[in-house]
Design a protein around this ligand. Structure first.
Ligand SMILES: *Cc1c(COP(=O)(O)O)cnc(C)c1O
Length: 362
């Protein structure tokens, strides 16, 4: 490949220096000073009460499912147009998902349809809304909706680290927000995640659950089940260096987005930017009119340029067949017409020009 969809980007020697410091200190075990520093910096910069660094974004969501005590018979309302990790940790613990379609103006969860889902499923425990492709969901509307019904609001902000909603960080104001530090996201630990919240009790509980739910006594004592979910000190060193360059990442992703926008023909329409915030432009995503996205993916791949279709809506996934859903046909339409373009921070103008001429010929 000459251009991957969203490859990791290293900031000079900064990652290497912090990893070397971690190794020199002999802290290669889970926990350690890099983890503490990452959690402190993430909470401070994003304006949350606290943060917990986890082995993945999926693990952060699993910890929330465990903290909620999700069990068979529970219902959880979730975005339909998302990656399966928003849903799987809850369904894995026995919950029934209720899928809610996207709003065509934001591609994130449609608030009116979410209200309908909560009316039809009054016993739903939680609502998980995804910030799609780096754009915040309509956070305040969802906060009000969930508060009025006593539903826990979780923002799957795996794709939206650095994005804002009405001037605050993505997910701020929800019960909890989750970021991913996977290799394809805007910044990375190699693999990792962050759980952010303003609820100190929730953070303490999740920290405990991520450490096999060990009780604070000298011997190994367990009153409930946990898991092994905390980030190690070495990946935390990489993430910390990356986090300190989040501003650079946002600037570069914004440049790539603007570069595509200035080149794309009228039949390739970019994902709309909602007026309530600044996306992080993690991926540049378009819908094609009159051209087949799968053929575009193939033609670009033949030139060494990685593009992908959009997330396939959850209600179309065989594993969720028969699950309740409140749909408006939006996710299906976006899946049929959408294309994620190569969006790496170092993507050159020449490669964008080349990709556009390939698309013209599809
Ligand atoms: C990447 C992603 C996740 C999962 O994050 P991992 O760190 O890969 O486990 C969850 N939800 C969405 C929407 C994602 O894009």
């Amino acid at each position: 490949m000459r251009a991957f969809l969203s490859p990791p980007f290293l900031n000079g020697n900064d990652e290497r220096d912090l990893v070397a410091a971690a190794l020199d200190s002999n802290y290669i075990a889970p926990c350690g000073p890099m983890v503490d520093a990452l959690e402190r910096e993430a909470a401070a910069r994003l304006g949350f009460g606290g943060a917990l660094a986890t082995v993945s974004g999926t693990m952060a969501l699993e910890l929330l499912a465990r903290a909620l005590g999700i069990r068979p018979g529970d219902e959880v309302v979730v975005s339909d147009l998302t990656f399966i990790a928003s849903v799987a940790p809850f369904v894995d613990r026995g919950a029934t998902p209720v899928f809610v379609d996207a709003d065509p103006a934001t591609w994130c969860m449609d608030v009116a349809l979410a209200a309908r889902a909560l009316e039809e499923h009054p016993r739903a425990r939680a609502l998980v809304a995804t910030d799609l492709y780096g754009q915040s969901c309509d956070l305040d509307a969802l906060i009000d909706l969930c508060a009025a019904r006593g539903v826990y609001l979780i923002v799957d902000a795996a794709e939206s680290l650095g994005a804002t909603y009405r001037g605050r960080a993505a997910g701020k104001g929800a019960w909890a927000a989750v970021h991913s530090l996977n290799g394809n996201k805007i910044i990375t630990a190699g693999g990792g995640g962050l759980l952010l919240s303003d609820d100190p009790g929730l953070l303490t509980l999740c920290r405990k659950l991520a450490g096999q739910a060990r009780e604070p006594v000298p011997w190994y004592e367990h009153e409930r089940l946990g898991t092994h979910g905390r980030l190690g000190n070495v990946p935390a060193a990489i993430a910390l260096a990356q986090f300190r360059h989040l501003g650079d990442a946002l600037r570069d992703k914004g440049r790539v987005w603007a570069g595509w926008l200035s080149r794309l023909p009228a039949w390739a329409k970019p994902m709309p930017v909602a007026p309530y915030g600044e996306p992080n432009h993690w991926l540049t995503v378009v819908t094609l009119e009159g051209r087949d996205p799968l053929r575009a993916v193939e033609a670009l791949a033949a030139a060494g340029l990685e593009a992908r279709p959009l997330w396939k809506p959850m209600h179309l996934q065989p594993v969720f067949r028969g699950a309740p859903a409140v749909l408006g046909g939006v996710g299906e339409e976006l899946f049929a017409r959408g294309l994620c373009l190569p969006s790496g921070r170092g993507l050159s103008p020449e490669l964008m020009d080349e990709a556009v001429s390939i698309l013209e010929a599809v």
